[in-house]
Write a protein of this length. Structure first.
Length: 257
């Protein structure tokens, strides 16, 4: 198949499909929730998630004021609620959640407003806000997680049918939002680093652990004198001498959380 050049304005459409989450927040008794497709996990320790949210969103204001919010995953059975969450603003259309037929419950850790009908929900504490371009990266730390029985260490996808978003059509009207849902998932299990990949996987962990061991035993002010030993470790494993810097940086983050 031949790749053909696509208009740069189609960037988000090329990145889709994505599973949009529902971000919910409350301040002084006023609750709002919005759909957000531009989100990602940023760190596992601490557990951080970033969501790109435009300052115009009423939910943005509520998150910044209260610093507590939730991230919710809706089943495709609730697709009919998405226009309330993604096309209507609480600022102009008060009570949109109730009008969508959605209810709020409370998280146990922070008391965050959670969508009662969600298949999974995360309670979030605001960590940092970065101005990106037309959206800000709202980074939050996960305080607690809730999920329906379909989640059993991994999603079984027997009862949970995530909503997938493919973008909206361009004007002229009528503008349409395009969603995909799946009836059946072709779930496959692949062995981790199979066959010829096994050896490098083990070597990788061995180098990481060796660097961490050495650093753990030495005060950071004296890490400089470990350089020859670490460089030797790199040589033994056929790595480049300056790989040491990256391994030190990686281990530092695990050692000093
Ligand atoms: C599928 C979908 C994904 C969306 N993703 C985002 C997003 O990632 N960031 C954002 O700021 N707005 C996003 N929006 C738009 C907001 O959900 C929308 O502006 C909403 O009305 C804001 O509500 P609020 O003003 O009550 O907070 C998305 C909308 C839809 C339908």
């Amino acid at each position: 198949m031949v790749l053909r050049r696509v208009d740069i304005r189609d960037l988000d459409r090329v990145l889709y499909p994505k599973i949009p989450v529902v971000v919910a927040a409350e301040y002084k008794g006023r609750v709002s929730a919005m759909l957000a497709a531009w989100w990602t996990q940023l760190s596992s320790d601490p557990p951080l998630i970033g969501v790109a949210i435009a300052p115009e969103r009423y939910t943005y204001k509520l998150i910044l004021k209260s610093t507590i919010y939730s991230i919710n995953f809706l089943d495709a059975a609730h697709l009919d609620k998405t226009p309330y969450l993604g096309d209507a603003s609480e600022r102009f259309y008060p009570g949109k959640l109730a009008k969508a037929g959605l209810n709020i419950s409370r998280g146990e850790a922070l008391g965050a407003p959670i969508i009662a009908e969600a298949s999974a929900a995360l309670e979030m504490k605001l960590f940092r806000v970065f101005e990106a371009g037309d959206h800000d990266m709202i980074i939050g730390e996960v305080a607690s997680i809730y999920a329906i029985g379909d989640f059993n260490g991994v999603w079984k996808l027997n009862s949970y049918r995530p909503i997938m978003y493919l973008g909206r059509t361009r004007r002229p009207a009528p503008v349409k939002r395009i969603y995909a849902t799946c009836r059946d998932f072709d779930v496959k299990e692949l062995e981790y680093a199979p066959g010829e990949l096994k050896e490098q996987a083990m070597k990788r962990v061995k180098v990481m652990e060796a660097v961490e061991e050495l650093l753990k035993k030495t005060p950071p002010s004296e890490w400089g004198r470990l350089k020859p030993v670490l460089e030797e470790l790199m040589r033994e494993n056929n790595l480049e001498a300056d790989d040491v810097e990256y391994y030190i940086d990686d281990a530092r983050r695990r050692l000093f959380k």
